[in-house]
Design a protein around this ligand. Sequence first.
Ligand SMILES: [Cu+2]
Length: 404
Amino acid sequence: MNGGVKEFHLVAEPVVREMTQGFKAHLWGYNGQSPGPTIEVVEGDRVRVFVTNKLPEHTSIHWHGQRLPNGMDGVGGLTQKHIPPGKTFVYEFVARRPGTFMYHPHADEMVQMAMGMMGSWVTHPKARHPLIDEVDRDFVFLLSAFDIEPGSYTPKIMTMLDFNLFTFNSRVFPGIDSMNVRKGDRVRIRVGNLSMTNHPMHLHGHEFLVTGTDGGPTPRSTRWYEVTTDVAVGQMRQIEFVADEEGDWAFHCHKSHHTMNAMGHDVPTMIGVDHRKVVKEITSVIPDYMVMGERGMADMAEMEMPLPDNTAPMMGGTGPFGSLEMGGMFTVLKVRREQKPGDYGDPGWYRHPEGSVAYEFTGNLPPQLRSDSAGKSAAPSRGQPKKDVEVRIRKPASGHQGHH
Ligand SMILES: [Cu+2]
């Protein structure tokens, strides 16, 4: 506090971010981290932010979603001069409405956001608000995406669509903390999207309401229960639910390639192709040669194939039952009866009550009804698929014509 004003200092600078164990990225951020620190204030606070530029190029900060004087909006060239390298600018405004906001540069934006420059901002209501309920747990994170070649450190800044790392707060699973709550807690999760594509965020085991956007709390009449909500580019969605089901519940982006880490994209689909003979021939020449994907890609998570230095495994994370085969935008909501109020600590894996886990069946199966490839239902047969539904596909990789 300085004379009734809440002061903050942000230093825009190069940072090193460990995205998950064994994988560090060289990013740009604020105060040593990407995303920058989350700024928390109370509705009505006068806020002064000192922004020092230690980047090699000019920058600015836009306060996404805030009501403020036009000259504080942070659009370089439009509402202010850019902040040159080595200089400090001051932004000052009153946090007029409660809600979840974001901050990011509005200068060389594609490069600076591709490098990880962003942060969250929460303005809490000053008094009881008719549209903002009290919660026991409050989580906030930003969605962002990076394009970092396996084995390298620095994002490719000219990438427009083909990002290969999808992150919560610039971390990828298994490097993302679980969200640990007490059974019966009212939970709020605020998710802002500053990546370049939409993310349908999906929660297992519970239904939630969207209680807010970056425009503020939603009117109650507009809320309905769902288990997935799409967070479009430049949007924030605030979801709330009562965590009344004990267990380890996945919370993730529903785009399956967003729950994977960097991989080579020119991989042909090998499901159904038996290439054991070819592999045998190749390994006689190249001993380390590996072919993967014959039975799907779960193989790749289980094999722990050797990776180049500084690379996140494409799919990883080990749970109490084995490999999770997940990466990227994935974490776990841990709901526990014995979690203390206010304790955000990790309680470890859930211990399932006896007889409540999917189990192997070893008895006799009843005759299986199957449809044929034309979609017509078939007469009961015993176990064997009909010949015409077997699939043998090998998609040629584009751009590799002439290689065999
Ligand atoms: Cu996604």
